[in-house]
Design a binder for this molecule. Structure first.
Ligand code: PLP
Length: 283
């Protein structure tokens, strides 16, 4: 059975799905995206991702191509059609296509594409947490990192570097030596007093949906919590470190730039938060 993609109102076999040559997400990175995890055929953190989608579009003055309810319906239809029990949904909205010019045509209409990925291995998430090794590097991005834009070049370059070094993720570091976030995840540490620390929300980082849910779980579990910046040095000496993202959930970090974190095993607080998150997500 072929996998289908949704492109501007049509369901098309995934291998035939295409965007126009002058689509602005391709030519300019002029678009936004969202990624959901699917667990038991349901979207994890559905509403929070939709809220961020609408916010990102608003900040870029790209109109919603259709009502949220209609988009959600198409997403669900695609999950059913592609028989996704565990997997991911990628949704992209581009400002649209018009003759390549920095100023778009006045009558341009946004384009929407949605595709799914089948990942049955996600069902095993609880049993097989991957211990993550990360590197750090300069944060070369623009000043509106709170927008989930398809312009991801600095993230891609640094992630390629991490991959080349046999690592899973890279944490980006600002001019003051403070960690902003991962190339596709939020960054966290746990101090020796078991205080959970992550950078406060601002234009410097993406407001991670998983971050938000984990903040709720920290409160529920009764851990101390500080929203503040931390340096690479502090992270290397932390008791625990982890990342959060829709696809990593709560991902334990065991090595930063070759330095082992704690005893090199998954920390107690990280493990607890991971477990709480996976339960809440239906995984
Ligand atoms: N930060 C960046 C730069 C990201 O790209 C992502 C996810 O792709 C995140 C953080 C984590 O966000 P979420 O938890 O919504 O997946």
């Amino acid at each position: 059975m072929p996998s289908y993609a949704f492109v501007d109102g049509q369901y098309v076999p995934r291998h035939l799905a295409a965007l126009p040559l002058e689509d602005r997400a391709t030519n300019f990175g002029d678009g936004i995206y969202e990624v959901w995890v699917v667990a038991q055929s349901k979207l994890v953190d559905e509403e929070k991702h939709f809220a961020r989608l609408e916010r990102s579009l608003g900040e870029l003055k790209i109109p919603m191509p259709m009502e949220q309810k209609a988009i959600a319906q198409h997403v669900r239809r695609l999950i059913r059609r592609n028989n996704i029990k565990f997997g991911t949904v990628y949704l992209q909205i581009s400002r649209g296509a018009s003759k390549r010019d920095h100023v778009p045509a006045a009558n341009i209409t946004p384009s929407i594409t949605i595709f799914t990925n089948n990942k049955p291995a996600l069902a095993e998430a609880r049993r097989a947490p991957k211990k993550l090794k990360i590197i750090t590097g300069p944060d070369l991005r623009w000043a509106r990192r709170d927008i989930k834009s398809t312009s991801l070049l600095p993230n891609v370059m640094l992630r390629m570097e991490a991959h080349q070094q046999g690592c899973h993720e890279a944490w980006m570091v600002d001019d003051q030596g403070m960690v902003t976030e991962g190339t596709s995840s939020s960054s966290w540490i746990v101090t020796s007093e078991k205080t959970v620390v992550t950078r406060a929300l601002s234009n410097d980082i993406l407001p991670g949906v998983t971050r938000d849910t984990v903040c709720e779980l920290i409160a529920q579990a009764g851990y101390k919590f500080e929203e503040r910046g931390f340096s690479v040095e502090e992270a290397k000496h932390a008791a625990e470190a982890f990342v959060t993202s829709a696809t990593n959930f709560v991902g334990p970090v065991v090595e930063i730039d070759g330095t082992t974190i704690g005893n090199g095993q998954i920390g107690e607080v990280t493990n607890k938060l991971r477990d709480l998150y996976l339960r809440a997500a239906g995984l």
